[in-house]
Design a protein around this ligand. Structure first.
Ligand code: ADP
Ligand code: MG
Length: 701
């Protein structure tokens, strides 16, 4: 039966090579299975009829019943059209066709009752429907067996080749008619019974052709349940296997270096949240099992310090540690702050990035092997190049939002005895997304900001109000503050984006001319050395402005900078805006985030700006972001790093179900950790089918 669903779509009656190619290209439908799992995005209730008098052009698709009084031709040239006067007992409207005129007049003569379906519009003050679906009422009665008609998303190209929603529905109907056998269940029967799930075979039929809303709901529930369940089962299985297979290094003592730092160098008291998280980490490090922990904490909550103290514990126990950051700028900053914090303590720290000099690389390589190097800080260069540690005990991954389970696995594969791993992120991730993206990790949360922080004020200005904004910036500088101005960079290669930045720079330097004012610039196309010196100028308080692309988006920590101006803010996503805003508000002074936009804003852009003004809470922003972007947003899923598509469930809307199935998966694996019980055999088959090809890491288990 497996074979049947793997059949190429070409062989389905009504498809053929040409349509198959289109379906491949436009919708990634290659096999019968792909088509069967191409789920409708909505359903239209065909039992409901509107009356003509009720119509207004704002309504979506409507269904009417009535008769055609007569036809006429209106307009000329390209505007020439066939118009039918359609009426019911409440009024009349116009049906309009620009094409297929002859066929329409012949097929639908005036007289009998018709059912008309389409989107109402308005022309010259009269309600009309352009190119409606139309059908004899007598015939429709027998066809409308299902009240809810599935609607499939399609593309312009497909529509041009007669593969609109209705045609797709028809193909799926053909396929389902061919399924004369029962599709084998993909969940064990004890589960479908216990959790009252509709069978797979029926669910797949009913999701496309539901008879009533209740049945549709049961079909959807079953399919969502299954989809989310297998994701969680896979993650938890991975987590269990890992902890059974890998023994963790035991860091049993808190020693001299940690204490030295804690009692002599720590410039402030830890927040309660930082203390709690340190306890959780210490417990992991002493447990004899490998730590795999996610540390979540909003921007500015003080994660770097937690990282540093964890590394000192590793060093006190004779191990090396490293931190990996997403950008050279952030790696350099970590190097600087950490070196400074360790002033007077005998710990050797080095920075390694893609642009490190050969001589430095050589020195690092040697001191890693002879164990004299304690902490290595760097970018991806750390894992991608031939960096060999002698006794790496702890890896810290900072702000790497795409560093999912797969990339982490690469770290473990580097050695037989994998180091402890701490993943730190401020990108606010909603719980459900975290459960999916980092579902194999234990979680710690810093839910408190260091004391004395003043909430950032966020304001929105249009480009036309720029002079007002400049006046404000001038007053901030007069108070000794520093200012970021950030320009969007959508694609690194786009010249246009750099032009925006350059023009902006010109303007700012005209308004704030040297020598009174000093402006520093950073963008991705600069050499690392120049980037470095620009950052330094700003960090040391010598430059009033830092004009930058999003290279400074994450992690940068310069407490005296109190104003973040985001140019073309409408082009940024919510989590990006929140990250950028997080660059300020790091000291005790009032900070400001100024969102500059053009006058023309989409509805979504306005919502994003409203949310930013309303709240500073990263988690609230994350939830809104997920809601605004919606689950179907491909870029959204890619950005979040989820290595698979969700076909029916939604991370934003199905949070409760995710938790529910996660618990079920945990229970199952705690009773049957290697999935050996015969009643669970189908899990093995499904996990293999779903995950083995895409995720090389699953063979780790
Ligand atoms: P993030 O969590 O965004 O990485 P950082 O680690 O960069 O935050 O910390 C933000 C700022 O807060 C830094 O300047 C840091 O020195 C400071 N900080 C961290 N912990 C505390 C604390 N307990 N009390 C006061 N300031 C702190
Ligand atoms: Mg940070």
């Amino acid at each position: 039966m497996q074979d049947f669903l793997d059949t190429s779509i070409t062989y389905l009656p009504g498809v053929g090579p040409k349509r198959a190619e289109l379906l491949n290209k436009e919708l990634s439908i290659f096999t019968y299975r792909d088509l069967l799992y191409y789920f409708p995005y909505k359903y239209i209730d065909r039992t409901k009829f509107y009356k003509i008098a009720e119509l207004d052009p704002e309504l979506p698709f409507v269904q009417l019943k009535g008769s055609i009084k007569g036809y006429s031709t209106e307009g000329r040239g390209a505007g020439k059209r066939l118009v039918a006067e359609f009426q019911d007992d409440t009024g009349s409207l116009k049906l309009v066709w620009f094409k297929g005129v002859k066929w329409i007049t012949q097929s639908y003569p005036p007289g009998p009752d018709y059912i008309v379906f389409g989107k109402p519009g308005i022309f010259n003050g009269v309600i009309n429907i352009i190119h409606p679906e139309i059908e004899a009422a007598s015939k429709a009665a027998e066809r409308i067996s299902s009240a809810l008609q599935a609607q499939y998303s399609t593309t312009e190209n497909l529509k041009n080749h007669f593969l609109a929603s209705k045609a797709i529905s028809k193909l799926i109907g053909t396929l389902i008619k061919q399924m004369t056998f029962r599709l084998p269940e993909s969940l064990p029967s004890w589960m479908t019974q216990k959790y009252k799930l509709m069978e797979l075979h029926q669910s797949l039929q009913k999701i496309h052709f539901p008879s009533d809303p209740l049945e549709l709901e049961r079909a959807r529930y079953r399919l969502k349940f299954e989809e989310l369940f297998y994701i969680q089962l896979n993650l938890i299985r991975f987590k269990i296997n890992r902890s059974r297979k890998f023994k963790g290094f035991v860091f049993s003592t808190v020693g001299e270096k940690f204490n030295n730092f804690y009692f002599n160098n720590l410039p402030f008291r830890l927040t309660e949240a930082q203390k709690r998280v340190m306890k959780e980490i210490r417990k992991d490090l002493g447990s004899g099992r490998q730590m795999n922990r996610l540390l979540q904490g909003d921007v500015g909550s003080g994660k770097t310090l937690v990282a540093l103290m964890s590394m000192l514990i590793a060093i006190d126990n004779g191990y090396q540690a490293c931190i990996m950051a997403p950008t050279e700028i952030l790696a350099a900053q970590h190097f600087e702050t950490i070196s400074k914090m360790l002033d007077g303590i005998n710990v050797k720290v080095r920075l390694l990035t893609g642009s490190s000099k050969k001589s430095l690389r050589k020195e690092i390589g040697e001191s890693l092997l002879d164990r004299s190097l304690n902490i290595l800080i760097g970018t991806h260069a750390l894992i991608e190049e031939n960096v060999r540690f002698d006794n790496l005990g702890l890896v810290i991954i900072d702000e790497q939002h795409r560093f999912g389970v797969e990339q982490r696995a690469r770290l473990w594969q580097k050695s037989l005895n994998p180091p402890h791993i701490l993943v730190m992120t401020a990108t606010p991730i909603p719980r459900t997304l975290a459960m999916t993206l980092y579902g194999d990790l234990d979680v710690s949360v810093i839910d408190e900001l260091p004391p004395g922080r003043v909430p950032i004020k966020t304001m929105h200005f249009f480009d036309s109000e720029r002079n007002k904004v400049f006046g404000f910036l001038r007053s901030q500088i007069a108070e000794g503050r520093q200012i970021y101005i950030v320009y969007p960079l959508i694609k690194e290669s786009e010249k246009m984006d750099y032009k925006d930045l350059e023009d902006g720079w010109d303007t700012v330097s005209r308004v704030f001319p040297p020598p009174e004012y000093c402006i520093s610039v950073v963008h991705g196309k600069m050499t690392p050395a120049i980037k470095d010196s620009s950052m330094k100028l700003f960090r040391e308080g010598k430059a009033h402005f830092l004009i930058a692309t999003t290279v400074i988006e994450v992690g940068v920590d310069i407490p005296n900078a109190t104003v973040m101006v985001v140019e073309s803010a409408e082009r940024f996503g919510l989590s990006q805006l929140h990250q950028l805003r997080g660059r300020v508000g790091r000291g005790a002074d009032q900070s400001y985030c100024i969102l500059m936009t053009s006058g023309k804003l989409s509805k979504e852009a306005i919502s994003r700006i409203e949310v930013m003004i309303r709240t500073n809470d990263g988690f609230e922003i994350a939830e809104t972001d997920l809601q605004l972007r919606g689950p179907g947003d491909i870029e959204g899923t890619q950005q979040s790093g989820i290595p698979f598509d969700l076909k029916i469930s939604s991370l934003s809307k199905d949070g409760q179900l995710i938790e529910y199935v996660r618990n079920i998966a945990e229970d199952i694996l705690s009773e049957d950790p290697s999935i050996e019980k015969s009643e669970n055999a189908v899990f093995v088959k499904e996990l293999r089918r779903l995950f083995s090809k895409k995720q090389s890491w699953s063979n780790i288990s």
